[in-house]
Design a protein around this ligand. Structure first.
Ligand code: ZN
Length: 154
């Protein structure tokens, strides 16, 4: 996928969907369409429609050196989790500016006014997860069920 500029189509299985987008440093070259508006974006790949997600929206994102998201925004009901994979940047959260870099994770309440920018010399590669604030009822060891039989790889 390193040379593609089109988002891949998912392969659907019985209880799963799979799509391959290549290494994170190539995400900046992928162009994707946001189905809700029909607008095309470079370096921003929303996965809800591609994978059929039902509890979260998630985007794979890459912001080029020197760029800022060109608008502040809030959300109505979704909190967001920003996971920064590489590069250096800043987030503005209700006017407070924080530095972010590879390994930074930032949770943002729906009402917070947010923006982010790349302050480094390489792409700022990150993942943004949206989920309904307050919706998580069980997780990890409580939600997961370990089966008794060991895994078999055929
Ligand atoms: Zn958002």
């Amino acid at each position: 996928m390193t040379t593609s500029t089109e988002q891949p189509i998912a392969t659907n299985y019985n209880n799963a969907s799979v799509a391959h987008f290549g290494a994170p440093e190539t995400w900046g070259g992928v162009t994707a369409v946001l189905s809700q508006t029909g607008n095309e974006y470079q370096g921003k790949i929303w996965l809800k429609d591609i994978l059929g997600l039902t509890g979260t929206e998630l985007s794979l994102s890459s912001l080029p050196a020197g760029a800022s998201v060109p608008f502040d925004h809030t959300h109505t009901q979704n909190e967001e989790l920003y996971i920064f994979l590489s590069g250096e940047g800043q987030m503005k959260l209700d006017g407070e500016i924080i530095d972010v870099a590879a390994g930074s994770v930032v949770r943002v309440d729906p009402a917070a006014v947010r923006c982010w920018r790349n302050t480094g010399t390489t792409d700022l590669v990150h993942i943004v997860i949206q989920s309904k604030a307050g919706s998580l009822e069980q997780w990890t060891a409580v939600d997961g069920t370990m089966l008794e039989e060991p895994p078999v790889w055929q």
